[in-house]
Design a protein around this ligand. Structure first.
Ligand SMILES: C[S@@+](CC[C@H](N)C(=O)[O-])C[C@H]1O[C@@H](n2cnc3c(N)ncnc32)[C@H](O)[C@@H]1O
Length: 273
């Protein structure tokens, strides 16, 4: 898979420095960015921006990405990809969690450290974030994380077989607060159904957001799922997976600014229907 896309950046309207995932990009996309956006066949939960690696990140990328990462092409003419051989990817059979939008990988690395028996697939479009996660993996000696650079919708749709994931984590998805951007939110009814379908029965969907309006939106789509289709229900028993997230810089800022973090822990029922 080739390195053919400009760096996608997360949505606007989220606070923070412009060089971090989840933060606003400067105004004025280049003509190339605009053209690329037009090429993409659907509305995405991220937008295209260039991202530059620091020399240290570039070193991580050059040495570790070939072993631990894979690029998924983005664009209208991309060729659909075959499903992942997860056991082959990790060299073992183990419970597997997919994290959507791993950002700089702080939660990913911390949870992977706490759960050495769990395989983690981190999906992110933001290259500097993935490079930072490579650094955390290297420093922590982690062997249970693999990275995919691409759209998590495409990963879930094409690369993941139904009923295979033990968990899906979506921590602080871009809120896209303006009404006209709500269609860009990653979590929609269709996404929840897709995630439910990719979870094995008993698998866990763990969502966290500090955006009050997005939390209401998520609660609403979780409450109005079609029970005749793959769906998730609130988890009422102990979780087979860790639910303990570290406090990331992003979350720390939310707390300081008085934004409450809402968590949703759901499970695919053992018997659908
Ligand atoms: C607000 S940040 C949160 C990052 C991280 N989860 C955390 O808690 O710090 C959301 C991240 O999701 C990524 N993202 C948004 N849509 C995505 C998609 N469809 N596929 C992969 N990553 C996506 C963005 O690039 C961004 O890094």
């Amino acid at each position: 898979m080739s390195e053919q896309h400009p760096e996608p950046q997360p949505g606007p309207d989220t606070p923070g420095k412009p060089d971090e995932p989840g933060n606003p990009a400067p105004d004025g996309a280049s003509p190339e960015d605009v053209d690329r956006s037009r090429l993409f066949p659907r509305v995405t939960s991220f937008r295209f921006r260039r991202g530059t690696l620091t020399p240290g990140q570039q070193r991580n990328w050059d040495t570790l990405w070939p072993q631990l990462g894979q690029d998924l092409e983005i664009g209208r003419d991309r060729i659909p990809q075959p499903q992942l051989d997860i056991a082959g990817l990790f060299g073992r059979e183990a419970p597997t969690v997919l994290e959507v939008g791993s950002g700089t990988g702080v939660s990913t690395a911390a949870m992977a450290t706490d759960e050495p028996g769990v395989n983690t697939i981190a999906v992110e479009v933001y290259k500097p974030g993935l490079a930072q996660l490579l650094g955390l993996i290297d420093r922590g000696g982690l062997t249970n994380v693999r990275l995919i650079r691409g759209d998590a919708m495409v990963v879930l749709t094409e690369l993941i077989a139904p009923g295979t994931l033990d968990g899906v984590r979506v921590f602080f998805p871009d809120p896209w607060p303006k009404s006209r951007h709500h269609k860009r939110r990653f979590l929609q009814s269709g996404t929840i159904e897709l995630i439910a379908d990719r979870l094995r029965p008993g698998g866990i969907l763990h969502i966290a957001t500090d955006h009050a309006d997005y939390a209401v939106w998520i609660a609403e789509i979780l409450a109005t799922q079609d029970r005749d289709r793959p769906h998730v229900i609130p988890l009422t028993t102990d979780s087979p997976l860790s639910l303990t997230r570290p406090t990331t810089k992003f979350e720390g800022r939310a707390e300081r600014e008085g934004r409450r973090v809402n968590e949703f822990v759901y499970t695919r029922p053992l018997e659908d229907g």
